[in-house]
Design a protein around this ligand. Sequence first.
Ligand code: FAD
Length: 401
Amino acid sequence: MRKIVVIGAGQAGASLAVRLRSLGHDGSITLIGEEPVAPYQRPPLSKKYLLGEMTLERLYLRPESYYRESDIELRTSSAVVSIDRAGKRISVGSREVSYDCLALCTGAVPRGLPRSIGGALPGVHTVRSLADVDAMAPAFVEGARALIVGGGYIGLEAAAVAATSGMRVTLIEAAERILQRVAAQETSSYFRALHETHGVDIRERVSLERLTGEGRVTGAVLSDGAELKVDVVIVGIGVTPSTELAESAGLEIENGVWTDIQGRTSDPSIWAAGDCASFPYKGTRIRLESVQNAIDQAECVAANMLGSEEDYVPQPWFWSDQYDCKLQIAGLCTGYRRIVTRGAGHSVSFWYYADETLLAVDSMNDARAYMIGKRLLEMGKSPDRAVIANANVDLKPLLRG
Ligand code: FAD
């Protein structure tokens, strides 16, 4: 266990390396990333950073000096191209690095639009990396026309930044409603109304036929026959877990790199964490795309690499910032059958129940509802729905006992 190599210098990779040191691992740690910069936070990329309200310095998870001082060898601009499991070596370009124990923290890649419909035209952007956002930022100017493809959180956040920047924004969503995959009708309606108040033209059940333009994108043809003039297109249609390395090394893949409940892949010397990893959860397998999961899973894997035998049990939470609205989500809403509304208007929360069991809470501008909901979920408590629905009842006493 002397030499630990971590592939992917993002949120999970950095958390894993830092945790190994803080747990007392005194062998070598090499953190290898293909991006040219030290590990940074992605959430602000589609929020304050794109809006120009956050500097690059504040994006970094740690100053570069931290890695030096902690004796973590950080190699940037270094793509790992293969893993030789038998020889316990990886190839980084033409160089080889040996390991005793390896972690895959390769994240996910955004889905793009096919070339055949204009997906490769200049002016068409996906939102994953600092380089992506630096490339699109100059197009965010007052009066410019933005087309956002996809009404998930990334698309909605980009739409909010574009509208706040004074752009004319159209957002198309192929499904029946925005946020359909991740939230209830109530949350979708809240955000649709919020965006419409800010002038965003949201078109649901409409997909993209093709993009047009000579040399760069200038237009879009939609599935309902509408034609739009556009200056910039932002594509937020989901991500695919980065599994190619694992796949070509013969590791088991199942909606991401397969891991057991402790984070071990099908090779006991190789572990995985973050957006790229799928793991057992309540009788099924899931993969989570969130900062909380990347950190907690990576820290659990770090401990297990050093011989601990901890099971990873996620306590899911997520957030999104759009205009002056702060959305905080606790839990996973999969399998919900009922929604209980608490509050109204600007400050409201939607509580997801599977019959009597509380599953998740979406809270808009109500940090208290979020915090209490999160604690209740952690405690495995499911309050009576009528109590939740009554905004005059203080929920804090529910946490006692
Ligand atoms: P990443 O952070 O993507 O890191 C993976 C790294 O591995 C990348 O740097 C990649 O280049 C590198 N890599 C891949 N393959 C190789 C290779 N072969 N060799 C070397 N390096 C490699 N989550 C929230 O909880 N709240 C939010 O509000 C939120 N907002 C977001 C906004 C945006 C714009 C984006 C893109 C994501 C957001 N997320 C948010 C999701 C969150 O950022 C991710 O879940 C988190 O970054 C996952 O961490 P990770 O380490 O698994 O992957």
